[in-house]
Design a protein around this ligand. Structure first.
Ligand SMILES: [Zn+2]
Ligand SMILES: [Zn+2]
Ligand SMILES: [Zn+2]
Ligand SMILES: [Zn+2]
Ligand SMILES: [Zn+2]
Ligand SMILES: [Zn+2]
Length: 142
């Protein structure tokens, strides 16, 4: 019986179950059992259906067509390079402790304050003219 079945396979009358012949294991390019964008039976892939940076079918991410909110993609969470203008990113408004625009001890841009490390002492640089090593400075927000 099994030999007879193989004979039919030779004549290309396969006994298809989805994309695979249940007798000889031959594969065809139809009847795939899609799990996302990959056939669970034969491992073949189909084209992703991109919606922005994410495939609607399998959830795969690609590094294009992101939906940027500032510097972060709202879909996949990927970050792009910040566009620093002094201490503040022009795109997303994030601030860094670098290149502040000091007005005394308060930054004009991000309004961070600085103080001497471990002292809690706030010193107005422009008034006292003190030179302070960068690693002696703590930054305080809020
Ligand atoms: Zn077959
Ligand atoms: Zn398949
Ligand atoms: Zn996909
Ligand atoms: Zn994205
Ligand atoms: Zn940014
Ligand atoms: Zn600043």
């Amino acid at each position: 019986m099994r030999i007879l079945a193989r004979f039919w396979c030779l004549l290309k009358y396969h006994d298809w179950e989805g994309c695979k012949c249940r007798i000889c294991g031959n594969l065809r390019d139809e009847g795939h059992t899609w799990s996302g964008c990959t056939c669970a039976v034969c491992g073949n892939g189909r084209d992703h259906i991109w919606s922005g940076c994410t495939c609607e079918n399998c959830g795969l991410n690609r590094d294009s067509d992101h939906t940027w909110s500032g510097c972060t993609c709202t879909i996949c969470g990927r970050n792009r390079n910040h566009s620093w203008s002094g201490c503040k990113c022009a795109n997303c408004g994030l601030t860094r402790d670098h290149e502040h625009n000091w007005d005394g001890r308060v930054c004009r841009v991000c309004s961070v304050k600085w103080m001497l490390r471990n002292t809690g002492l706030e010193i107005n640089l422009s008034v006292c003219g003190l030179f302070v090593e960068r690693d002696l400075i703590d930054y305080a927000r809020g």
